[in-house]
Design a protein around this ligand. Structure first.
Ligand SMILES: [Zn+2]
Length: 293
């Protein structure tokens, strides 16, 4: 039987933010694709937002001015405490964009899978100072690890990335091009808020791991779920194994009519769920367990 590693690490931050104010509202700002800024009680977490120096035809990308603001760690991004990357795909992570933010924000810590850290080392090696603030988490599928940084408690969970079947060039046989992608989901605890971001996990392909991880044992306020999890089996697992009070769908197409049509479907598939249609939209939740955004 697979062992589920559940370790707890204390990590030291550089800026040492004040503890998160308990009972504060939670503000969620959509940036692009699966990229979000989470803010509560003086703590800020940036997830999967620093990517795409160029257009990507199938999803929103952070536009030039927005990406520049994030890389410069200016404006609303000046006080980010944690930068999270779920995996090293181009629609989630651009090594030099992440490195730029860390260079300009000395308080921020990066948490990511080893594949992302290796890409940064190869493409934007820096002087070692950024590597010192990088936590590359080597986890096997089904393993999890907990980090505590001031008032932010973070659990990283390795879940399988959604399959992408393509024919092998030599044999013609189908294989999963994403099988070896290190996809980390993150459970972020800000004060009393418990928030899960799944990255590109496909729930229907993780049933065994979800059973082991027991995410449904404690109330979850909000789950960010990729829209490819709209199949009946994934929706069942979302309800039974994750059971969030609220759902935000992510990884929607960029083209507006397709996005709106999918948003209408998702609103029926999970009543009360949220789809952000435009980058920089912000929704604020007043209290954990609140019925809708
Ligand atoms: Zn991906």
């Amino acid at each position: 039987m697979r062992s589920c590693a559940c370790l707890v690490l204390s990590v030291l931050c550089c800026g040492c933010a004040a503890p998160v104010e308990d009972g504060a509202p939670l503000a969620v700002t959509y940036l692009a694709n699966e990229g979000f800024l989470l803010e509560s009680g003086g703590a800020m977490v940036l997830v999967d937002a620093l990517f795409a120096g160029e257009e990507i035809e199938y999803c929103d990308v952070p536009g030039g001015a927005l990406r520049a603001e994030m890389e410069a760690a200016e404006g609303r991004f000046a006080d980010v405490d944690l930068v999270l990357d779920t995996h090293a795909h181009v629609d989630h992570f651009e090594p030099c964009s992440v490195a730029a933010h860390l260079r300009n924000n000395e308080r921020a810590l990066l948490v990511c899978p080893p594949q992302a850290a290796a890409a940064m080392q190869a493409e934007c090696p820096g002087d070692g100072e950024i590597a010192r603030r990088t936590r590359a988490l080597a986890l096997e599928p089904g393993q999890s690890i907990e980090l505590v940084e001031d008032g932010i408690r973070l659990t990283a969970l390795r879940l399988r990335h959604g399959r992408y079947l393509v024919p092998d060039e030599e044999t013609g046989r189908q294989y999963d091009r994403h099988e070896k992608v290190e996809n980390l989901a993150y459970l972020v605890e800000l004060g009393r808020w418990r928030i899960l971001h799944l990255g590109d996990a496909a729930l229907s392909q993780n049933e065994d791991l979800l059973a082991e991880l027991k995410l449904n044992e404690r109330p979850l306020d909000l789950a960010f779920v990729p829209c490819h999890c709209r199949d009946p089996e994934s929706l069942r697992l979302l309800a039974e194994r994750i059971a969030p009070a609220q759902v935000v769908w992510m990884h929607l197409p960029a083209e507006r009519p397709r996005k709106e049509a999918l948003a209408a479907f998702l609103a029926q598939a999970w009543p009360g769920s949220t789809v952000f249609l435009e980058p920089l939209e912000t929704r604020t939740l007043s209290a954990p367990g609140a019925p809708r955004m």
